[in-house]
Ligand binder design. Structure first.
Ligand code: ACK
Length: 905
């Protein structure tokens, strides 16, 4: 029927209106509808329905609903489908029905109803409408299914997707990355039944060289780059790099600039370093210290490191090609990849020429292929060196009284071994007495040993360069087997000889025992020491407290025990290493006036050894009695803390005192101080005491400017074996700047080495506490001294004083003055102050003469008192430089007038 819709447009409809007849069953069926992949289809039905009430006489037969059916089928044209084949979707009622009035007014009330049904089993389906007696017009039927539309989310494309079969079902969809992007995490979304995308997961990032713009990936433009797939944008090229084409993943370095493999693309392009600068080498025997400054250009990097590929070694005498150094050469802290600018190369061969190349590298050195331009080299020749210690000793043929020792040549002989020295002693005796044997071979028979006794052996080798260090101790015991001769039957004459030999030996032993008892008694009891004094009137010898088995015996022999109640501590004035504090205070001993004292105390928790060391200082000091040696008042040993009480020195230590009063004393005052120190040292040397640590810091000054020698902690009577003195006090190192070369190199500490130190103290005093050799390092000091350098005269230093210093620093210790001579000299100077008036500063320009050894010596400061008739020789003598007489004479300087014309050249 043609009717009008709401907008009065004629439309074609299906109608039925059999409301007057009962039992209606009218069907209308659609054509086959293809499913097209849909799983749930929606049927939208538009219809009009007549209100039964508005129709008269239809009660009971008129209906206001119709039924909707479907039937799934693969057949496109099914000619006949049984009613029972259809499945009911729903009974559809009108929301609105119309009446006669409406019809009259030509008003159509159109109903729209939508029903959905799951269609999953066949390719398509049929729909059917059943009328059971309504007055109805079917205006339209629309069949559709829903999809989630194609979309891009997180740079992944999701296709148009048909929704699921059930109203609650979600279809999981995997997205695919858009062009020029890479999966960050599998992109996924769910398509809901309503055609809505839900729950996006994962996504993609733009590939290197691309950045996201409007949901797509666009190439980076020139001058920009992107190295990684990420959600970041493109970056500007870092310094010294560029990109010319779009889509750069990394920027290319400008020419001459490089990037290391490990450098990130975000890093600027860099350059290799220039060569290290100022490479200097200091040779110390068979070691070389190499030091240099970092390269001037680091190439914009901070990873500069140094390699020390040494060129190699060659014998000095031959011009043979350099060989690479052996693997036994040690580099400290290492040989390659080092960050430091200092390396110590040791275990080199003695007296050998080496070339060292220091190579500066950084991360781009390899990339740039740079080589020689980054290296600097130095050639050195190692010194002669003593042989290394023998590393093992074997004992064979051990009997009751003898054994044979053999050993291997030292690993590093450093020359031709001229002889070996074997030192041995009974283990119990320590090194109080020992024997020395020398041999050219690598074995020796040691005889005359005691049976069943443990002996300690050390062996050292000697070359032209001197003795090497002794080996570590090796202990062997003689055995207890009976003397084989007796067992084998000896003739009676031999037996007699043997017996009488034993008798003589016994006699000698007894004599030695008595003598040694007498000597040791000197050091053991006061009475006996008095006796000793009587035996040797006028000579008092210092006794090493370490020779006492019981240290308390030594301390009470030489120091007075003070009752702690008579000490009144006032304040702490200093700290002394592990020994603890130094305090000032007062001491009142009965029957004497109260005096100011310094109190050195040993803090609690000390070991036996520390106690012994601490009290040894008092045992040493207690033996001295001299106005220029710090006076011991006594000790407190019976209660803790242990204390050493000495006289109080108001101005503290000399070095600090001079620094505080820089330039404030007259030369005579300074010489007066030096005289006091020399006098104290003469007293000590007369007592055969070697101080070993004479320095201004160990001189104390009282309120009258009287200087007194102190600090007897390190001081020990010289022992033949320097090792012993050193190993007992390892914690104290040798004070290099103050110590004579022979004491440094082979621990030869003597009064003459104290004289050397005294020369340094003179220099310290005249320079008002300046540090000897300033900030040179110890190795350089040793090397400089070895090469003949000596400290120059301090400012305003009288020439005579500097000459005295130079005399104290004579390489040959026998040529140094004695303390007695020094004292005489200073006394003379004090008596004739005019001689002190001439200083190095007075010299006219160009009057320095280089000595053969490179030290500076003043030669042209003519004494004011010099009379014209003086000869060059006399004048040289007067200033202690007569050794230059021949040199000057050979050069034609025979008169003082000619000397005045001497130029620097
Ligand atoms: O330079 P000073 O004041 O003098 O600092 C040190 C500190 O103790 C550690 O040794 C001072 N000192 C040591 N012995 C005495 C003493 N007998 N009289 C005065 N000060 C002393 C030294």
């Amino acid at each position: 029927l043609d009717i009008m819709d709401e907008k009065n447009i004629p439309i074609r409809t299906y109608q039925v209106c059999n409301v007057l007849e009962p039992n209606q069953n009218n069907w209308l069926r659609t054509d086959w509808i293809p499913r097209s992949g849909a799983q749930r289809v929606y049927v939208e039905v538009k219809f009009t329905l007549r209100d039964c009430n508005s129709l008269p006489g239809v009660t009971g037969t008129c209906k206001e609903t119709f039924n909707l059916y479907y039937h799934e089928s693969n057949e496109v044209r099914e000619s006949y489908i049984k009613e029972s084949s259809f499945i009911k979707v729903d009974t559809v009622a009108a929301d609105e029905s119309f009446t006669q009035v409406d019809v009259g007014d030509r008003i159509m009330k159109l109903n729209t109803e939508v029903r959905d049904v799951k269609v999953t089993t066949r390719k398509g389906f049929y729909l059917a409408f059943q009328d059971v007696g309504a007055c109805i017009a079917l205006v339209s039927v629309r069949v559709f299914y829903k999809t989630c539309p194609l979309t891009i989310r997180n740079l992944a494309t999701f296709p148009d997707t048909v929704t699921g079969a059930d109203t609650s079902s979600l279809v999981e969809v995997r997205g695919s990355c858009v062009n020029q992007s890479e999966e960050r995490e599998e992109p996924k979304m769910y398509c809901g039944a309503d055609g809505e995308w839900l729950v996006p997961i994962g996504g993609c990032f733009c590939s290197p060289g691309y950045e996201e713009k409007g949901g797509a990936c666009k190439a980076c433009s020139a001058g920009f780059y992107k190295a990684k797939s990420s959600d970041a944008g493109c970056f500007k090229c870092p310094p010294h790099s560029h990109s010319v084409r779009d889509g750069a993943t990394v920027c290319d370095c400008h020419s001459g600039f490089f990037r290391a493999d490990s450098d990130p693309p975000s890093m600027a392009c860099t350059q290799p370093p220039s060569a290290p600068q100022q490479l200097i080498s200091v040779v110390n025997e068979t070691s070389v210290v190499l030091e240099w400054a970092p390269p001037r250009r680091l190439g914009g990097r901070s990873d500069t490191s140094y390699n020390y590929p040494r060129m190699g070694s060659g014998s000095i005498s031959s011009s043979q090609l350099c060989l690479p150094c052996g693997s036994d050469v040690l580099f400290s802290p290492g040989q390659t990849g080092l960050k430091t600018t200092r390396v110590v190369v040791s275990e080199l061969r003695a007296h050998t020429h080496y070339t060292f190349i220091v190579h500066a590298r950084n991360g781009v050195s390899q990339a740039s292929g740079a080589g020689a331009a980054q290296s600097v080299s130095v050639s050195v020749t190692t010194n002669q060196a003593a042989p290394s210690p023998v590393s093992s000793i074997l004992a064979i043929d051990v009997t009751r009284h003898s054994l044979s020792l053999s050993w291997q040549q030292p690993d590093r002989p450093n020359g031709v071994i001229l002889e070996y020295e074997v030192k041995f002693y009974e283990k119990d005796q320590k090194e109080r007495s020992y024997r020395i044997m020398r041999t050219f071979s690598r074995s020796v028979d040691v005889t005359g040993l005691n049976p069943l006794t443990v002996y300690v052996f050390h062996v050292r080798a000697r070359t032209a360069a001197g003795y090497g260090e002794f080996s570590a101790p090796f202990e062997f015991s003689t055995n207890s087997d009976p003397f084989p001769l007796i067992g084998e039957g000896v003739n009676s004459a031999f037996l007699l000889l043997s017996v009488s030999g034993v008798g003589i030996l016994l006699l000698i032993s007894a004599a030695v025992f008595i003598i040694s008892r007498r000597r040791s008694k000197y050091s053991k009891t006061k009475q006996d020491s008095e006796e000793e004094k009587h035996l040797n009137p006028g000579v008092k010898i210092y006794v090493d407290p370490f020779t006492y088995e019981d240290p308390d015996q030594a301390i009470h022999e030489f120091a007075k025990e003070i009752d702690v109640s008579s000490i009144h501590i006032e304040k702490v004035i200093g700290m002394v290493g592990e020994f603890g504090e130094v305090c000032s205070g007062r001491l009142r001993v009965q029957g004497k006036r109260e005096i100011y004292v310094a109190i050195k105390s040993l803090k609690a928790g000390y070991s036996d050894k520390q106690r012994r060391d601490f009290l040894s200082e008092a045992s040493i000091m207690g033996q001295f009695d001299h106005p220029n040696i710090i006076r011991l008042e006594g000790v407190v040993t019976r209660c803790k803390p242990l204390m050493i009480i000495t006289e109080y020195m108001e101005n503290g230590s000399l070095d600090a005192f001079l620094r505080k009063h820089d330039g404030q004393f007259t030369v005579i005052q300074l010489v007066g101080m030096l005289r006091g120190i020399a006098s104290g040292m003469k007293y000590l040397s007369d007592m055969s005491y070697v101080h070993r640590d004479l320095a201004a810091r160990n001189i104390l000054v009282n309120s009258n400017l009287v200087c007194k020698v102190s600090d007897f902690g390190l001081s020990r009577v010289l022992e033949d074996d320097p090792e012993a003195a050193y190993t007992t006090r390892v914690r104290r190192k040798i004070p290099i700047r103050w110590t004579a070369p022979e004491a440094i190199t082979y621990r030869k500490f003597t009064t003459a080495s104290d004289v050397w130190s005294y020369g340094i103290v003179m220099w310290e005093v005249v320079s008002y506490g300046e540090r000897p050799y300033w900030d040179m390092n110890n190795q350089d000091v040793i090397k400089a001294i070895e090469e003949g350098y000596r400290l120059p005269a301090p400012m305003d230093c009288p020439v005579v004083l500097h000459q005295l210093m130079l005399d104290c620093w004579e390489r040959e210790r026998a040529e140094r003055p004695t303390f007695s001579q020094i004292l005489n000299m200073l006394d003379k100077l004090i008596r004739n102050p005019g001689t002190l008036r001439r200083t190095g500063g007075d010299r006219p320009a160009g009057t320095m003469l280089e000595s053969g050894m490179g030290s500076e010596v003043c030669v042209s400061v003519l004494p004011e008192v010099c009379v014209p008739e003086w000869s060059v020789c006399e004048w040289l003598q007067s200033i202690g430089l007569e050794r230059y007489r021949d040199t000057l004479a050979a050069a034609g300087y025979t008169s003082l007038d000619s000397l005045l014309a001497l130029t620097h050249q």
